[in-house]
Design a protein around this ligand. Structure first.
Ligand code: KIV
Ligand code: ZN
Length: 519
C-alpha cells in the first residue's frame, strides 16, 4: 500500500527539457536549457528533468550546468537501466543540491520484442540492477515501465514491485503512446496502489496522442497519484505531454474535485514561462491554447463582452492576473534611456549585463523608432532574441534590402557580420521572404530546405511586432528559428538567419543524431 495518498501536495515534475525537447525540430543548447531551467525554478516546480545525459555530450553538459547553477527544484535526469548509463547520469547530476535519477525500461510486449529483444526475466533483472545502482548514488530514485498502458497488468505489477524492492521511491506510470482514457487510466493508478507493496509516490506521465493527456493526468491524481510529469505548453514527443499550466490550473480552480490538493506553483509566472519556452524552442503557442494562449482571456461576442464588463466571472473561470496574463502594459517608448530600459527588465525579473544589455538596448532603440510604445511582452521578446544571439550565433544581420511586388522578380540583398568580417550576398526568390532566405543561404554557405513558416503578432494593433517562426531542414537535422520586427519581411529574415545559425551549430556538433539513443 502506498503512503502517497495521505500526502496532499501534488508534486510538479517538469520534463520540458527532456521529453519536451524531444519534440520534432527542437534542439536547445545548454545555455538555452539553463535559461528555461532558471525560469522553471522561478515558477517553483518541484522537479526539473534536465535531460538524458547518455544521449549526447550536449545533454550531459546541460544537465551538469543546470545541476551546478539552478537552485530550488530537485534536478533529475533520465537513464536506461544499463549500469554505465546510470553512472553517466549521476556524473552529470552530482553537483546538484538535491538530485534524482529517473530509471526506465520498456515493459510492453511490443517494445520488448521489437526494441529491447528481451524476455520478461531479463527486463526484471535489468530493473533490479538499474534501480539498485541508482539507489547507491541517491535516496531519490524514480522508476518508469515504459509503455505501461500497453503492458499486461500482472507483469507491470511484478516489475514495479521489483523496482520498489530495489530502492525506487517514485513509481511513474507512463502512457507513452497516449493510449489511455481517463477512467481507464485512473483505474490503472488505483490498481498499482492496491497491488504494489511499499512506500512510494505514484506519478503520471501522459502523452497527448488522443488529446487526453491533461484529462488522464487529472484522473491519475484523483486515483491517488501525487506527482504529475508535465511540459510547459504541452510540448513533448509527437502530440506532446500533459501541459503543466493546464494540470496546475485545473487543480487550483476545482478544489471540489481535488479536495485539499495543492501545488507549489507560482501561477503568476505561467504566462512568462510559456512565452520563454515558445521563444527558445521556436514552437508557437496556439492562439486558443488553454491558460496561456493569447485568446484565453479574449471575449469576442458582444454578449460575452457585456457580461465580462459587468462581472468578470460571467465568462471567465480564471483571473488573467493569476496566470500572469495581464493586459499588455506599456512600459517604454523611444525616449526611454538605457537606465529605464534595464530598470524595466529588472522589474520583469530579467537581469542582463554587458554585451547582451548593449545589443538588446540597441535593438530596442531601433524598434522604438518605428513603434510608438513597446509593451512588456515585446520587451521580453527583444531581450530573448538578443540573449540568444550575443555569444553563440556565428552571423548577425546588419542590413537587409528587398524589392518585390506584382511586377518583376523579387530580390534581396543582405549584409551579415561574423567573427571573420562582413559578408554580403544578393539573390532572387519567388517572393521577398524567399529571396531574403536565398541571400542568407548564399552569404553563410549553409544549404537548407524550408519546411515550416508561421507568422503571428506579439501584441495587437497596427504597429504590433510580427513574430516569425521558420523551420529548416538539412541533412536530416531540423531546426527552428525566430525573428521579430514591425516588418514581416525583416522578421522572416531574422528568423531565417536564427535558424541557419542553429543549423550550423547542430551540423558541427552532430548532436541531434545522438537522440537516437532516446527513450
Ligand atoms: O513516454 C515515456 O514513456 C517516457 C519515459 C522515458 C518516462 O518519456
Ligand atoms: Zn514521454
Amino acid at each position: 500500500m502506498t503512503a502517497s495518498i495521505e500526502e496532499q501536495k501534488l508534486i510538479i515534475f517538469d520534463t520540458t527539457l527532456r521529453d519536451g525537447e524531444q519534440s520534432p525540430g527542437i534542439s536547445l543548447d545548454a545555455k538555452e536549457k539553463l535559461e528555461i531551467a532558471e525560469q522553471l525554478a522561478r515558477l517553483n516546480v518541484d522537479y526539473i528533468e534536465a535531460g538524458f545525459p547518455v544521449a549526447s555530450e550536449g545533454d550531459f553538459e546541460a544537465v551538469r550546468q543546470i545541476s551546478e547553477q539552478v537552485h530550488g527544484p530537485v534536478i533529475t535526469a533520465l537513464s536506461r537501466t544499463h549500469l554505465s548509463d546510470v553512472d553517466r547520469c549521476w556524473e552529470a547530476l552530482k553537483p546538484a543540491e538535491r538530485a534524482r535519477i529517473h530509471v526506465f525500461i520498456s515493459t510492453s510486449p511490443s517494445h520488448m520484442e521489437n526494441m529491447l529483444k528481451m524476455n520478461e526475466a531479463q527486463v526484471l533483472a535489468e530493473t533490479r540492477s538499474g534501480v539498485a545502482r541508482a539507489r547507491g548514488y541517491t535516496d531519490d530514485v524514480e522508476f518508469s515501465p515504459q509503455d505501461a498502458t500497453r503492458t499486461p497488468l500482472d507483469f507491470m505489477i511484478e516489475v514495479l514491485q521489483a523496482a520498489v524492492d530495489a530502492g525506487a521511491t517514485t513509481l511513474n506510470i507512463p502512457d507513452t503512446v497516449g493510449y489511455g482514457i481517463p477512467w481507464d487510466f485512473g483505474a490503472l493508478i488505483t490498481y498499482v496502489r492496491k497491488n504494489v507493496n511499499g512506500v512510494y509516490i505514484i506519478s503520471t506521465h501522459c502523452h497527448n496522442d488522443l488529446g487526453l493527456a491533461t484529462a488522464n493526468s487529472l484522473a491519475g491524481v484523483q486515483a491517488g497519484a501525487r506527482q504529475v510529469e508535465v511540459c510547459v505548453n504541452g510540448l513533448g514527443e509527437r502530440a506532446g505531454n500533459a501541459a503543466l499550466e493546464e494540470v496546475v490550473m485545473a487543480v487550483k480552480i476545482r478544489p471540489d474535485q481535488f479536495p485539499g490538493i495543492t501545488t507549489g506553483i507560482r501561477t503568476e509566472e505561467l504566462a512568462r514561462t510559456s512565452r520563454l519556452v515558445s521563444r527558445l524552442t521556436g514552437y508557437p503557442i496556439q492562439y486558443n491554447k488553454a491558460v496561456v494562449g493569447r485568446n484565453a482571456f479574449a471575449h469576442e461576442s458582444g454578449i460575452h463582452q457585456h457580461g465580462v464588463l459587468a462581472d468578470r466571472s460571467t465568462y471567465e473561470i480564471i483571473d488573467a492576473e493569476t496566470v500572469g496574463q495581464r493586459s499588455s502594459q506599456i512600459v517604454l517608448g523611444k525616449h526611454s534611456g538605457r537606465h529605464a530600459f534595464s530598470e524595466s527588465l529588472a522589474k520583469m525579473g530579467i537581469t542582463i549585463q554587458g554585451d547582451a544589455l548593449n545589443s538588446a538596448f540597441k535593438r530596442f532603440k531601433e524598434l522604438a523608432d518605428r513603434k510608438l510604445d513597446i509593451t512588456e511582452a515585446e520587451l521580453e521578446a527583444i531581450v530573448a532574441e538578443e540573449l540568444g544571439t550575443v555569444s553563440t550565433d556565428a552571423y548577425t544581420l546588419e542590413e537587409l534590402s528587398v524589392t518585390g511586388g506584382t511586377v518583376g522578380t523579387p530580390q534581396a540583398r543582405v549584409v551579415l557580420s561574423s567573427a571573420s568580417g562582413r559578408v554580403e550576398a544578393s539573390a532572387e526568390g519567388n517572393g521577398m521572404i524567399d529571396a531574403a532566405g536565398q541571400a542568407i543561404q548564399k552569404a553563410t554557405s549553409v544549404q537548407a530546405n524550408l519546411i515550416g513558416f508561421a507568422v503571428s503578432s506579439i501584441t495587437g494593433g497596427v504597429d504590433a511586432l510580427g513574430d516569425v517562426v521558420i523551420q529548416l531542414e538539412s541533412d536530416g537535422i531540423k531546426v527552428s528559428g525566430k525573428g521579430i520586427s514591425t516588418d514581416v519581411v525583416e522578421a522572416s529574415a531574422r528568423a531565417y538567419l536564427n535558424a541557419i545559425n542553429r543549423l550550423q551549430r547542430a551540423l558541427s556538433r552532430r548532436e541531434v543524431a545522438a537522440h537516437d539513443v532516446g527513450p
